[in-house]
Ligand binder design. Structure first.
Ligand code: CTP
Length: 408
């Protein structure tokens, strides 16, 4: 299976209004094009004070639209031509002034004109505000944003932090990668709207002493991809993560834990309140029976220290055994006989679905093959048995889960 770029076949309008954040829009445009989108760039006159149309033309490989009076359009209607085939209009940056125009439905230059003229049911409008924190906090801006949201626009961010003016606070435009993630979320089919999903991910770390411990090679990538895909599909997602250095998918609630016991304590009290529990974490099966208070020293020891291990509780089996258990999906990372082991776990942990993969071959890698095993039989993702990147697999798994939930 070849991975299809996330925005393949999508047509977008990227609008820039005036603001220093225009410099980030060049990078955002690059990401959109790399993701396979065909992008028409429209700039207000103020935006051209911050970045040149030439830059945006070179990156989009298309002429940039600057005016509704552009004589190049045969019918003299760029606002219609640009929006009739577009999947979405994204205004990034959206200045306070531009948001005010949107709120009022004004149409005195091309960008606001096309926002008003777009087919509202089919062509989504996303705005990424960028302004000084005082402008952001002003009651007029609050009011305008509420109106724009009320009219169906999606507001992306803003972020918080250092501002170009030297002040610190809310109002920074989101970073290009964050904008892309939010855009994909808005465009994704909402298979899991109204559902709640709990995911565990990553390894656990079982302390031996204050500086050492037992852990494993799980990267957490699959679980993070599933949390992201479930969120994209409209679910309310909580991610309980072991020690990994991965960014939290946007819109996902994250709880960080270290040990298997902490993961158990974070999961069990809230599991029954969820519709789905997906256990991707590589939970350590054992922990040292005794935690040494101080670092175990080599000095003066003739023989290596011995450790007694004790078993960790099985989080997945405990959730599956709850009286009002959510739909439980287990993962089986095996080094051999995948199908046989996955079937055994399905039965032992009393699960409706197990997802198997060959662990050592996939830990930390970006692509993988998944085997779905249930009481009826098994199938693979991708269906042709090849490999796909973990986010593509996660989206396919989420679509599959949505079907199973709907059928249940
Ligand atoms: N799991 C869990 N809590 C544990 C151990 C495992 O929730 N203490 C979950 C994992 O997240 C995964 C599934 O159970 O979804 C399978 O875990 P795995 O360690 O592969 O299975 P085990 O039952 O531990 O069997 P074995 O180690 O013999 O392969």
């Amino acid at each position: 299976m070849t991975d299809r770029p996330d925005l393949a076949g999508r047509r977008l309008v990227l609008g820039l209004s005036g603001g220093i954040a225009c410099y980030k829009s060049a990078e955002f445009l690059r990401l959109l094009v790399k993701a396979g989108a065909e992008v028409d760039v429209v700039m207000t006159e103020a935006a051209t004070q911050f970045i040149t149309p030439t830059t945006m033309q070179a990156l989009s490989n298309r002429p940039v639209q600057l005016s509704q009076w552009d004589a190049r359009e045969p019918n003299a209607m760029p606002h219609i031509n640009l929006t009739r085939h577009a999947d979405a209009v994204i205004v990034a940056p959206a200045s306070a002034d531009f948001i005010a125009k949107l709120a009022q439905g004004r149409a005195d230059e091309l960008l606001s004109l096309l926002c008003l003229a777009r087919p509202i049911e089919r062509c989504k409008l996303l705005v990424a505000p960028a302004m000084n924190r005082e402008m952001w906090a002003h009651p007029a801006t609050r009011r305008n944003l509420q109106a724009v949201r009320g009219d169906g626009a999606f507001v992306l961010g803003p972020g918080n932090g250092d501002q170009a003016c030297g002040e610190t606070g809310d109002g920074r435009m989101l970073e290009p990668a964050e904008l892309l993630e939010d855009l994909l979320g808005v465009l994704a089919p909402k298979h899991l709207a109204g559902r709640t999903v709990l995911v565990t991910a990553g390894p656990t770390f079982e302390s031996i002493d204050p500086v050492r411990g037992i852990t494993n090679h799980s990267s957490g990538k699959m679980g993070f991809a599933i949390a992201r895909a479930a969120r994209e599909a409209g679910a309310d997602v909580t991610l309980v993560a072991g020690p990994v250095h991965l960014p939290t998918p946007r819109g996902v609630r994250r709880v960080d834990v270290t040990s298997a016991q902490q993961m158990y304590d974070a999961v069990l009290p809230q599991a029954a309140a969820h519709d789905v529990f997906i256990a991707t974490a590589a939970v350590a099966d054992w922990r040292p029976a005794k935690l040494s208070e101080h670092k175990i020293k080599k000095e003066g020891k003739k023989v290596a220290p011995q450790f007694e291990l004790t078993e960790n509780a099985d989080i997945l089996a405990a959730v599956a055994a709850l009286p009002d258990a959510p739909y439980c999906v287990g993962f089986a990372a095996e080094s051999e006989n995948l199908l046989e082991h996955a079937r055994a776990k399905l039965v032992r942990k009393k699960l409706p679905l197990i997802v198997g993969n060959l662990g050592p071959a996939t830990f930390g890698r970006d692509d993988n093959t998944l085997m779905l095993v249930d009481a009826k039989g098994h199938s693979t993702l991708p269906a042709d048995g090849g490999t796909a990147d973990k986010l593509t697999l996660a989206r396919a798994l989420v679509a599959e889960l949505a079907q199973r939930l709907a059928a249940a």
